[in-house]
Design a protein around this ligand. Structure first.
Ligand code: NAP
Length: 334
């Protein structure tokens, strides 16, 4: 009989790639949507008819518990979150409710109604926010320094607590930044690749940024925050494979998933604009308005445990990732 997987947050970048992967592997996939007045879900248009879509909200315990009771999934992936660190300063209560307490609702629903299920929780490198180190592994101490990272730390520790207290197969994937053509337009990589496409193609009505302003100005400028910010950027399509492998391991463990490299935003701009034959210096402006109140420290994701125990390692280089995103956006924004 086919294995059943529940993906909470299937409309996300990661949820949609994970659904693709699980369908390929022959799973029956159940994915959750939020009640909305706008049912535009670009990332899952290709999945309509192939997965069971159900309503659920991390704010609503019963909506999660109901699906776990009805479907009794073998594997549950909690991908959903208020996922934008930059927004978390303006929405600290909301972020705590969804990103922190939301996973607790999932853990409780699993514990009460289907404790044999294997559970994956989407943790983030933001739990290490302020630490000064070259790289982080699974033993690195947490030092989150924004409301998003702090909420994710709470959820991550709750996963450990439920694993140890109740013997549940509950795991946290500590993922470093991962990107793709399905990345939300309010994250810096996608902002850059979408802006490159709009500039190259002379798009007159560019998409909006997170401030409700056109992504590029009429004189073809892209306003970003701190160009010296560094991230460990990998390819989302490869990272969802790690999620699946984590749940196939015989023991529930937390794993770092990253590339063990970092690049800064200026390098990102250079690669993206050059790929379209443009010079980023003619278009990119660093604007204080987009700076975070506190930055996270540069940090590489040491994925040695994942390589050794799961056989997982990243394959796509930073340059190739950015180029594939630019190529995709050149088709999307014409
Ligand atoms: P994303 O594209 O920003 O999507 C977030 C998802 O959460 C969407 O499906 C959204 O649904 C859903 N959601 C938001 N609030 C919800 C609620 N109250 N109830 C149910 N669903 C809700 O996320 P992503 O970039 O793929 O990231 C996936 C997960 O990994 C997130 O938990 C994120 O915090 C974490 N993470 C991401 C990265 C990264 O670099 N991408 C790194 C580390 C960890 P709607 O479509 O309805 O908005």
């Amino acid at each position: 009989m086919a294995k059943k997987a529940l993906i909470i947050g299937i409309t996300s970048q990661d949820g949609s790639y994970l659904a693709d992967l699980l369908l390929e592997k022959g799973y029956e996939v159940i994915g959750t949507l939020r009640r909305s007045t706008n049912y535009v879900h670009e990332n899952i248009k290709h999945l309509y008819g192939k997965v069971n879509l159900e309503f659920a909200d991390l704010l609503d315990f019963e909506s999660i518990a109901r699906l776990i009771r009805i479907y009794k999934p073998d594997e549950i992936y909690n991908i959903a979150s208020q996922s934008v660190p930059a927004d978390s300063w303006n929405l600290p209560y909301y972020t705590a409710e969804i990103t922190g307490i939301g996973p607790l609702r999932v853990l409780e629903a699993v514990r009460q109604f289907h404790p044999e299920a294997k559970l994956y929780q989407a943790t983030t490198r933001e739990i290490f926010g302020n630490i000064t180190a070259d790289s982080a592994n699974e033993d690195t101490l947490f030092d989150a320094n924004n409301p998003y990272g702090i909420a994710k730390t709470y959820a991550h520790l709750m996963v450990k607590c439920y694993r140890e207290s109740y013997g549940m197969f509950a795991t946290g994937g500590i993922l470093f930044n991962h990107e793709s053509p399905r990345r939300g337009l309010w994250f810096v990589t996608r902002k850059v690749t979408a802006a490159v496409a709009c500039i190259k193609n002379g798009v007159k009505n560019p998409p909006m940024n997170e401030m409700g302003e056109p992504l590029i100005t009429p004189d073809f400028k892209l306003h970003l925050g701190d160009l010296t910010s560094q991230r460990d950027w990998g390819y989302a399509k490869e990272y969802v494979e790690a999620m699946w492998l984590i749940l196939q391991h015989d023991k529930p463990m937390d794993y770092i998933i990253g590339t063990n490299t970092t690049h800064n935003v200026e390098e990102l701009c250079k690669v993206a604009f050059a790929h379209a034959g443009l010079n980023y210096k003619d278009h990119v402006v660093s604007n204080k308005k987009f700076f975070r109140p506190t930055e996270i420290k540069p940090l590489k994701g040491d994925y040695s445990r994942a390589k050794k125990e799961l056989g997982w390692e990243p394959k796509t280089s930073f340059e190739d990732l950015i180029k594939l995103m630019v190529d995709s956006d050149l088709q999307t924004f014409k």
